[in-house]
Unconditional design. Sequence first.
Length: 350
Amino acid sequence: MKPLKVLVVDDSVMNRRTLTSLLQRQPDVEVVGAAADGDEALRLVAALQPDLITLDLEMPRMDGFTFLRLLMANRPTPVVVISSHAAKENVFRALEVGAIDFITKPDQLLTGAAESIRSQLEVILKVVRQLSPTGVSRERGAAPKAVPRSSDTASLQSSHGVRRLVVVAASTGGPAALVELFAVLPRSSNTTVVVAQHMPDQFTPAFAQRLGRQSALKVLEAEHRTVLEPGMGIICPGGRSVELVREDGKIVTRVRQPDATDRYAPSADRLFKSAAEVMGENVVGVVLTGMGSDGTQGALAIKRARGLVLAEAEATAVVYGMPKVAIQSGAVDEVLPLPALIQRLVDLLS
């Protein structure tokens, strides 16, 4: 296998050395260079043409955001942000600019503490090796616009309670796609949107807040027994599994610790299956970009309940893993590039 060429970008000499050491201990990985700021990193990208870049965001001369914008405009390359828990908002900004994922780290990457991020690095390296042919250069096209409410939807405005669920599965590349989605979704009088995005628990509260600030939906992180209401967007908390159940005529969340059958937490499969049980044919399942197969078994459950299943097309998926497996299972009704998929959901909620 051809070695994966990695460029390390961090203004800390110690962090550069520690990350280089961790990466070089991975099989089939070659650290081809290290840069202390974005300006130096751009020159090294042109000379070394790396397959992956690890990026610190706060650097002198040229910061990580400026570097990302210039990189994506001139030579789109997979970038993973390595950031502390305290920099949540910066991480989400970087994902919107074009980073494919992030790794959490202590304030200083001392050798002992750095061992905690080794498993995260291994996952990222696997992701980069199976990136779709389009890589991170996603042909999104024009952003959809919310359309006026139809007369059928208007007739439901006096109705209290959820009549339809949209459940979304996403992993690597998902945060940026969800930002696009929530920015244009209209607030529906009969629909709730629930998202299982693979993300550490330290980040999901801030991610829900960020989506809520730019969305017409009321967005929050799920707590145990959160009551679903029309026009609400719910983000499953990281590290826990979420199911939907009926209690006293209402649909509520059941938040629990993952068990041995959950390969991911939050689990899209668990969310999708429970949605199919409580709403049957009135469920729309959406499988977005990501590595692995989470969401496929849940999509099959929605299909059996006669609901609708959409999947992101390979042309726009950062990682064509989760949608591909779902499509191959026969559960998917429509395969759409991200802009068309978003417009389809806008139409459904309008």
